[in-house]
Design a protein around this ligand. Structure first.
Ligand SMILES: C[S@@+](CC[C@H](N)C(=O)[O-])C[C@H]1O[C@@H](n2cnc3c(N)ncnc32)[C@H](O)[C@@H]1O
Length: 231
C-alpha cells in the first residue's frame, strides 16, 4: 500500500506497541512542534486556555521532544522542567532541565510549581487517577494544569494513533479511552476543579482528515481541559 494511504488508513492488522516501545522507535522523527492537523487543532485549543506564563514555574509533563516546554519559555516562563518516561524522547528534547519520570510518580516536592502542561499523553495510561493526583500534589494552591487527550469519540469511531517507524512499518500506539466523566471524577478525587473544556471539531475547527467514513464531520478530535487547584 502507498505510504500516505497506510498513514491515513492503517490496515486492521497493524500491530499495537506499548507507549515506551512506540516512542523508542518514533523519537528521532518526532519534531517539537505540531506536526499534523490534529496537533494543530489541539495546540490552538491549548494556547487559547493557557494562562499568562510570565515568571511562572512550569512542568512540561510527558514532554516528548519538548513542544510545550519550548512554548512556555518563549512565553516568559521563568523555569520549565520537562519530564517523560521515554529515554528516547528525552534524548531528543533540547530543554535544559529534563528528567526521566512517569506521570504517576513525579520527582518533585509538593506545591513547587505554578502550572503543569501535559499534551496528548494521558491516553497512553490505563488510569488517570495517579497522574492527576501527582499533578495536584506538585501544584501550588491556585496553580493550574492544562491537559489534552485524543478525543474518545474519534477512538470509538475506529481512528488509531499511528506512526511509520524507521523500518517502514506502520504501528499503532497503546491508547486507553478516557471519557470526560473519567477526567471529572479523577480531577475531583485529586482536589482539582475543571474550569474550562474545549473539544475542537472535525471540519469546523480543524482541517483534520480521516480516511474512515465512520468519522463524521463535526466529530470532536481532541479533549482539552484546564484544571485549577483551589487557593
Ligand atoms: C504524543 S507524545 C506527546 C509529547 C508532547 N507532550 C507533545 O504534545 O508534543 C506522548 C508522550 O507521552 C509520554 N508518556 C507516555 N506515558 C507516559 C508516562 N506514564 N509518564 C510520562 N510520560 C509518558 C511518551 O513518552 C511521549 O513522549
Amino acid at each position: 500500500m502507498h505510504k500516505l494511504l497506510r498513514r491515513l488508513w492503517p490496515a486492521p492488522n497493524v500491530s499495537t506497541l506499548s507507549s515506551l516501545s512506540a516512542y523508542e522507535r518514533w523519537a528521532a522523527a518526532y519534531p517539537p512542534h505540531a506536526h499534523n492537523a490534529l496537533m494543530q487543532a489541539e495546540e490552538a485549543a491549548m494556547l487559547s486556555l493557557l494562562p499568562a506564563l510570565s515568571g511562572q514555574r512550569i512542568v512540561d509533563l510527558a514532554s516528548g521532544t519538548g513542544r510545550y516546554g519550548q512554548l512556555a519559555l518563549e512565553q516568559g516562563a521563568s523555569q520549565v522542567v520537562a519530564l517523560d518516561n521515554s529515554p528516547a524522547m528525552l534524548h531528543h528534547n533540547r530543554l535544559v532541565e529534563r528528567a526521566l519520570a512517569t506521570s504517576e510518580a513525579l520527582p518533585l516536592p509538593p506545591a513547587c510549581v505554578d502550572g503543569v502542561i501535559c499534551g496528548l499523553a494521558l491516553g497512553h495510561l490505563p488510569s488517570l487517577i495517579a497522574s492527576l493526583a501527582e499533578i495536584s500534589r506538585v501544584l501550588r494552591p491556585g496553580g493550574w494544569a492544562l491537559i489534552s487527550d485524543f478525543h474518545p469519540f474519534i477512538f470509538l469511531n475506529g481512528q488509531r494513533r499511528t506512526f511509520t517507524a524507521p523500518d517502514g512499518r506502520t504501528y499503532a500506539v497503546e491508547h486507553h479511552v478516557h471519557l470526560y466523566a473519567d477526567y471529572h471524577s479523577a480531577a475531583g478525587a485529586a482536589g482539582l476543579v475543571i474550569e474550562a473544556v474545549l473539544e475542537p471539531r472535525l471540519g469546523l475547527d480543524t482541517t483534520v482528515r480521516f480516511a474512515s467514513a465512520a468519522t463524521a464531520q463535526g466529530t470532536p478530535v481532541v479533549l482539552v481541559l484546564r484544571l485549577r487547584k483551589p487557593a
